[in-house]
Design a protein around this ligand. Structure first.
Ligand code: OMP
Length: 275
């Protein structure tokens, strides 16, 4: 079942901004909220109140919820419900990875209306071999959801693995090609996370012409917003631009958060035209 048309519709009507929800110890302290499930609940409610129905997609960092045990998992489920009540999509950022028989169980937890957490997408690591993602990808297709495969990440340690050569391609290029091949063969359920500098990102995005691509990096030191927005403009209707720090640093004041979200939407909207 194709998920992409729903994503495209929302990304075009609300903008490509993907708002990060990260009730981490660091953010709860900055917001002067207790580092417990009550504090996390207040933080998420504040962000959702400020965002209203302006945001197409939320990237929800699952470990910052599940660290609180069953109460945190219940909160995560409530937050996903809150996202859906606003007509938005929820990416569960859990970066799952395992052998193929176990991957099926991750789908039970994360993906689609029949799962525990009812996410619209889950992030996954392909470094046990792309084939190990098969069961998760098949379940994503069946439930109209997406698996966001880590093609290239921005953390300092990533380059040694993801830029290593495998034949004539980097590992990241090969993974991007595997995303395209899966989508061409089975239907578009593989999306991608591409946390690369603009030149490399443009090449990787071009290798996955039908995939939703998440391009992290907006609002970070050393990254020019216009460069990243220009990469997204090459993939209209399927590029997702996550911002966490760039918005959360304005909290917990609701009006300041709202203003920041509006500013990001405007900045992104001007550069990513409707397709
Ligand atoms: O999966 C991601 O979104 C991700 C990919 C990547 O390449 N680099 C990266 O930092 N991230 C996530 O982005 C978060 C920080 O987002 P910003 O505060 O918007 O920069 C991190 O906590 C990671 O979970």
């Amino acid at each position: 079942m194709a998920a992409v048309p729903i994503w495209t519709d929302l990304l075009q009507t609300r903008s490509a901004l993907c708002l990060g929800l990260a009730p981490s110890p660091k953010w709860l302290e900055a917001w002067r909220m207790p580092d417990d499930v009550g504090g996390a609940r207040r933080m998420c409610a504040t962000v959702l109140e400020a965002a209203g129905e302006q945001v197409a997609v939320y990237r929800i960092q699952a470990p910052f919820f599940t660290r609180f045990g069953t109460a945190g998992t219940a909160l995560l489920r409530d937050v996903v419900d809150g996202v859906h009540e606003r007509g938005s999509l929820a990416v569960l950022d859990a970066k799952v990875c395992d052998a193929d028989d176990t991957m099926d169980s991750y789908a039970d937890l994360y993906l689609g209306p029949g799962s525990v957490l009812r996410g619209d997408a889950v992030t996954a690591t392909p470094f046990m071999g792309f084939g190990s993602l098969g069961p998760l990808l098949r379940r994503a297709w069946d439930s109209g959801t997406l698996v966001m495969v880590l093609v290239r990440t921005s953390n300092h340690a990533a380059g040694g693995v993801q830029c290593a050569m495998t034949g004539s391609r980097t590992v990241a290029q090969r993974t991007a090609d595997e995303v395209r091949e899966w989508n061409d063969e089975h239907g578009v359920a593989a999306a991608a996370v591409v946390g690369a500098a603009p030149g490399e990102a443009r090449d990787l995005v071009a290798r996955m012409p039908s995939a939703v691509v998440e391009l992290p990096g907006l609002g970070r030191a050393g990254r020019d917003t216009r460069d990243l927005v220009a990469v997204a403009a090459g993939a209209p209707g399927r590029a997702v631009l996550p911002v966490t720090t760039g918005v959360l640093r304005h909290g917990p004041d609701v009006a300041a958060l709202e203003a920041s979200i509006a500013t990001w939407r405007k900045e992104i909207g001007a550069g990513v035209p409707a397709c």
